[in-house]
Write a protein that binds this ligand. Structure first.
Ligand code: ATP
Length: 240
């Protein structure tokens, strides 16, 4: 179980990006994080993965607890070794490396004898990546780059996968493909925190959801409850 407890984050002195945010990610569940631009969604993932400092941000209050251990003071590598792994926004694959090399880089924290099996699982999930294993990351389509970014994170054998806008910029067909893949990853027992502006997709795959508004937690509940809520309809699903 991953618990975010009364977390507040600032960038520099003036930007309060999160204020007192509390929610839980039960083992094996998908929790969607909804919110409009600038609501604090990426910041929330950074607070969990320990990467706030890389963005000149800092936790000014609260705790992040994973399986009973506080992780908010750990460095990002230690958090990855615990199995809490973030796929960064904007994919950020290594474009000068081949697909296979990207995956190998992702698997460095995994014990050597398990890496081949991890890679085989990634290739089974993304046959397109297997076909393009020897090609450079630079020649992949947007959708394939997203798959590679997810595949690279899966090489760490995550127990909690943090996904930042995986559907961003993808054609509708690919969005449903990514949704199916998230479900498949979760079926293997991995919990997922899914940050999405595409609320329709997110609420379809998630068990639970929270909505952030200007850094504060505005709503939380089961995905079905949120999908039925008037506020969610109005704010995130284009209803009236
Ligand atoms: P988006 O969907 O646009 O990525 P978001 O919900 O992920 O939005 P964040 O990126 O977490 O929102 O940003 C929350 C707030 O913090 C915004 O006001 C943003 O301008 C600010 N912010 C984010 N990163 C930084 C940074 N490195 N330095 C200063 N302010 C930042």
């Amino acid at each position: 179980m991953l618990s975010v407890r009364q977390v507040s984050v600032r960038y520099g002195r003036s930007v309060r990006a999160l204020q007192d945010v509390t929610f839980e990610v039960p083992d094996g569940q998908i929790v969607a994080v909804l919110g409009s631009n600038g609501a604090g969604k990426s910041t929330l993932l950074r607070a969990i993965s320990g990467t706030l400092r890389l963005h000149r941000g800092a936790l000014t209050g609260g705790q992040v607890v994973h399986d009973g251990t506080r992780i908010d003071r750990m460095d990002p590598a230690a958090i990855v070794r615990r199995g809490v792994v973030q796929v960064p926004e904007g994919r950020q694959i290594f474009t000068r490396m081949t697909v296979e090399e990207n995956l190998r880089a992702g698997g460095l924290v995994t014990p050597a004898k398990r890496r081949a099996a991890a890679r085989d699982r990634v290739f089974a999930l993304f046959p397109q990546l297997a076909e393009r294993a020897k090609q450079s990351g630079a020649v992949l389509s947007g959708g394939e780059q997203q798959m590679l970014a997810i595949g690279r994170a899966l090489m760490c054998e995550p127990r909690v996968l943090l996904l930042d806008e995986p559907s961003l910029g993808l054609a509708p067909q690919l969005v449903s493909r990514i949704a199916g893949i998230i479900t498949e990853i979760n079926d293997g027992g991995t919990a997922v925190v899914l940050v999405e502006q595409n609320a329709t997709m997110a609420l379809r795959v998630a068990h639970r959801a929270v909505a952030l508004e200007v850094g504060e937690l505005r709503l939380s509940g089961t995905a079905d409850e949120l999908a039925r809520s008037d506020d969610v309809q109005r704010l995130y699903l284009g209803g009236h």
